[in-house]
Write a protein that binds this ligand. Sequence first.
Ligand code: ADP
Ligand code: MG
Ligand code: MG
Length: 250
Amino acid sequence: MLLEINDLVVEVNGKRILNGVDLYIGKGETHVLLGPNGAGKSTLFLTILGFPEYKVVRGEILFKGKDITNLNTTERAKMGIGVAFQNPPAIRGVRLIDLLKIESGCSLDEKLDPKIYRFATKLKFNKDFLSRDVNLGFSGGEMKRSEILQLLAQNPEFIMLDEPDSGVDIENVEILAEMINKLLEKDKKPSKRKKAGLIITHLGYILNFVKAEIAHVLLDGKIVCSGCPDEILEDIRKEGFEGCKKCYET
Ligand code: ADP
Ligand code: MG
Ligand code: MG
């Protein structure tokens, strides 16, 4: 198992947000986490990442068999967890190209790996764009594409994406999806992949372009059902997220 979450209970500012989440992601698997606004999806994401405001009051998170519940975010990133944020912050004074150099493990006075320039071009960024301050004045689509470019530079073993498809037009979603498929090694069979992923999506739009093996529905801080993504999406379309409670209660 690559990521193992047992009975996770999380509080933010003294308010309980996650109520006993269990989640298991094996090597090479892509999982998707669906759920309405406010269900706790981003809370789960930021807790896996180790943001200090998200207090684990019960349960544990294991990554590659190691308990990471009390590690800081940098230590988790070093172990191979990479993320794309739903709303990444702007970093005034830090150029995107320099961040890409750091993320790809080279020093600032070295040239950026030509491979990353090729990824940038695929993501519709030109050289000038890479000299801009990270996320400063970026459009929604540019921010999402920049997050994916940074992941391509970092090349982590486990990739978490928080709503890569929200607020993004169809053209941008297709460009993003192509590179997400590349990140997750979707051209290989799950058993041959070195990468695994957790894609958070409100309505599952991205699943038209990136295939996941397993879907989970998060409702009120609990995973209420898991299974085949197409079947779960069909149920949500018919009965809404509340309809997913049934399989949990019975
Ligand atoms: P989702 O990503 O599924 O839309 P979130 O995890 O962002 O849901 O939020 C779940 C609940 O936790 C919401 O009620 C939200 O207001 C609350 N919450 C999240 N982060 C914080 C925070 N830093 N302080 C207070 N409440 C928070
Ligand atoms: Mg939300
Ligand atoms: Mg969210």
